[in-house]
Design a protein around this ligand. Structure first.
Ligand code: GLN
Ligand code: ZN
Length: 761
């Protein structure tokens, strides 16, 4: 029988039990032992789910109380010295200190210990804790958790495949904290510890060790590529079979290298690297296991099992029992189970497969390969669901396709070039030099959230909810007028989330009740699911913006989320290219932009903070992505007259390497996050001679600290040395929804003062 397995499983639990236990622990409501007890309940449940689906072993080592990379930092004994641990602290307490930092104690000097930096795990929305390396970094086998969990699974009678992050990916994902040193140089010190871990696992009797090296799907420098062979030659001496796991991206120039490494098996991503599976099957020696990731671990759709079998059969005929089946990557990136998904109607539910259902799909494939009639019923059901989805009127809206196909070539171009538009906008808007504005949201107070919750529960009528939100808008407008800001916003009080708010009003989107995915630590997100052609049945923001504009003679900036950000933060359909879905969303946003303009809104901001994170993992694929992504933005923005000013906003990103494409978005004004880099991020815009107007953030909105006017004036002065003064705007780094009102008012007052001071010189 074909062996089936999973690279990893969601950790949070069917009902996010781990999240609530963690937060209870951090609040001091439950102690470490109680938290560990929750872990001891969840792991066996998740293993049992794997066994119930007929998996040949359970995966152990994918569980984490915060993050699997942080687990490895402890396992490998390289907790950064800067935390100053004495060695007496319990491992779990140190772990949470690494993850969450410690605040400075009252009266003490220094900054306390900031947490490890967090960054995105490849191109997912999961964030890992970044290992820190210096020339002094030493490694040792320093943690027993992995071995204890293996023993736990074995005690339950499960055959075990242990999961480890490979040494090269571990080093690659970390960061050098000393100048002039290369972390790859630490490999020699690191490998003996991996050797000890493998020896321990072998002694425990684990069947296999899955060793993840996802960096093999990246553009690696030669030194990194060359390090693989000798490293794995050393690890191979430990005698436990290694399954080298790659995912998220094609192997390309690393394909032969991966196939030749002295390991017992290779896992490849049959979804993202579908095109190179045949080459892998050719290059991978026949005695090695080929684990094919045939079920999409990055998306929520039921697998087309017939199509999967068609792909699997030739490999199966050739390799027989040395072909294994698995999800493409860990199931960490999909929700737990469709069962109990009560918010969705039966039709939509039938199209979906979350982690538990994906395991079941593997079982059906296994049975089908064995010629087991038990698979027939499930195959028929799957066939039926796939057919129904493809044919559904809810998926296909011919008007959307027709509209896209009929778009004139210039649909993504404004009428006039920027200099002409700039003159028209200056005439219309009559703004002072260095105009002041904000990024959109004002504090989401407890009252706002309570009103929304009551409205959703049906305890507050639509009319009363509207009255409450209008009151918030009026308050935000009054505050901004009193502060003397030049371009006002309505404050986004009515929005829960910048994607969900739009998804809820667009056709083609649905929302689960329990489709949570871990983002970092205890934080989970519930991405919308785009299942069908996207259109906008009716205006989404016009009433709020028009109301806000009616309260003030100053220009009111309309506020929308852009097509790429909506795409990037949703689960996206797999039956058409992402670029097509992006274009559909773009047209829906375009309709909203045009309606705002018609309602008298002269400035419209289309937020695109996620443009950069959509970049493919391989650089060679950037150009194509940026071409359709920037076109989608322009499509959304180009329906308006020259004198209507389009803004965009982006944060948490560097743009140095994609500035031509950012400029090609052709927004009249772009606001970016720059204050934390002391305006350094702006230099590239200056050197590039960025043609349009730009608002570099002058203060960090992540901290409650109120910046003083002199600091902001200094930053502005710096900006003025890089960007022509006539093109410069004054604004914070990002929206203010996470801040309180008093600090917001104080900070903006200083910001307006700084702008005025600079106008005078
Ligand atoms: N307009 C949004 C806000 O101000 C932008 C949020 C973002 O950039 N992430 O909240
Ligand atoms: Zn932002």
């Amino acid at each position: 029988m074909t062996i089936i397995h999973t690279l990893g499983f969601p950790r949070m639990g069917a009902q996010r039990e781990l999240k609530f236990a963690l937060e209870g622990h951090w609040r001091g409501e439950i102690d470490a032992a109680e938290l560990e007890a929750v872990g001891r309940q969840l792991r066996p449940r998740h293993w049992q789910a794997q066994r119930d689906a007929g998996l040949d072993f359970v995966s152990v080592g994918d569980f984490a109380y915060y993050d699997h990379v942080a687990n490895h930092i402890q396992l490998l004994g390289c907790e950064p010295a800067r935390f100053g641990f004495s060695g007496d602290e319990p491992a779990l307490a140190r772990y949470f200190t690494l993850a969450r930092g410690v605040a400075r104690e009252a009266g003490a000097s220094g900054d306390g210990h900031p947490a490890l930096e967090m960054t995105k795990w490849f191109d997912t929305n999961y964030h890992y804790l970044v290992p820190e390396f210096t020339p002094e970094t030493a490694f040792s086998l320093a943690d027993e958790r992995l071995f204890a969990e293996v023993a736990e699974a074995q005690a339950l009678g499960h055959p075990v495949k242990a999961v480890l992050l490979g040494p090269l990916s571990f080093l690659w994902l970390g960061k050098e904290k000393a100048a002039g040193f290369d972390r790859l140089g630490l490999l020699d010190k690191l490998l003996p510890v991996y050797g000890q871990i493998l020896a321990r696992l072998k002694a425990q009797g684990v069947q296999w060790v899955q060793i993840d090296e996802p960096v093999l799907g990246l553009d690696l420098a030669a030194a990194w590529q060359q390090a693989f062979e000798p490293a794995y030659a050393r690890l191979a001496t430990n005698g436990v079979p290694l399954l080298l796991a790659t995912y998220f991206s094609p192997l390309q120039e690393n394909l032969v290298l991966a196939c030749r490494l002295p390991v017992a098996g290779l896992h490849v991503d049959g979804i993202r690297a579908a095109g190179e599976i045949t080459s892998v099957a050719d290059w991978l020696p026949a005695h090695k296991v080929l684990s094919l990731g045939i079920v999409d671990g990055r998306n929520v759709w039921r697998t087309d099992l017939d199509a999967a079998l068609t792909r699997i059969r030739p490999l199966f005929d050739k390799r027989g029992q040395s072909l294994w089946l698995a999800p493409s990557c860990s199931l960490l990136h999909v929700p737990f189970s469709v069962a109990g998904e009560m918010k969705l109607d039966g039709e939509l539910r039938g199209w979906l497969a979350f982690a538990v259902e994906k395991l079941d799909e593997l079982q059906v494939l296994k049975q089908a390969l064995a010629g087991d009639a038990a698979a027939d019923g499930e195959l028929a059901k799957s066939r039926q669901a796939i057919r129904a989805r493809h044919a559904s009127r809810r998926v296909n809206n011919p008007a959307v396709a027709e509209r896209l196909a009929a778009l004139p070539a210039a649909a993504d171009r404004r009428h006039a070039a920027f200099p002409v538009r700039q003159a028209a906008q200056r005439k219309r808007l009559q703004l002072p030099l260095l105009p002041t504005t904000t990024i959109g949201s004002f504090p989401q107070t407890a009252e706002i959230r309570a009103a929304r919750a009551a409205f959703k529960r049906g305890e507050l009528s639509a009319a009363d909810y509207e009255t409450a939100m209008k009151k918030e808008i009026a308050h935000a407008v009054a505050v901004q007028e009193e502060l003397g800001l030049d371009v006002l916003v309505h404050g986004e009080a009515e929005r829960n989330d910048m994607v969900e708010y739009f998804g809820e009003q667009l056709a083609g989107f649905c929302f689960t009740g329990n489709g949570w995915v871990q983002s970092y630590g205890s934080r989970c997100v519930k991405p919308p699911i785009i299942y069908g052609d996207v259109s906008r049945p009716q205006p989404m923001t016009v009433d709020w913006s028009a109301y806000a504009q009616s309260l003030t003679p100053k220009p009111m900036k309309g506020m929308l989320t852009g097509p790429i950000t909506i795409l990037q933060w949703s689960f996206v359909r797999d039956d058409q290219p992402r670029s097509t879905t992006a274009a559909q969303i773009a047209l829906a946003i375009r309709d909203e932009v045009c309606d705002l303009e018609r309602a008298g809104i002269g400035i419209i901001q289309i937020d695109e903070p996620a443009i950069r994170e959509g970049l493919p993992l391989r650089r060679a694929a950037w150009r194509e992505y940026l071409a359709w992504a920037t076109r989608a933005f322009r499509l959304s923005a180009s329906g308006v007259a020259d004198e209507t000013q389009i803004h965009t906003h982006m944060c948490y990103s560097e743009f140095n390497d994609i500035l031509p494409e950012i400029a090609a978005m052709d927004a009249d004004v772009i606001t970016i996050e720059t204050s934390r880099s002391d305006m350094e991020l702006l230099d590239a815009f200056g050197k590039f001679k960025y043609p349009n107007e730009i608002g570099p953030g002058v203060y960090d909105i992540h901290s409650p600290r109120v910046p003083n006017a002199d600091d902001m004036a200094r930053l502005l002065q710096k900006a003025r040395e890089t960007i022509p003064a006539g093109n410069l705007w004054v604004n914070p780094d990002c929206g203010l929804k996470t801040r309180g009102w008093p600090e917001t008012v104080a900070a903006l007052r200083h910001m307006v003062a700084a702008a005025k001071a600079l106008r005078a010189v």
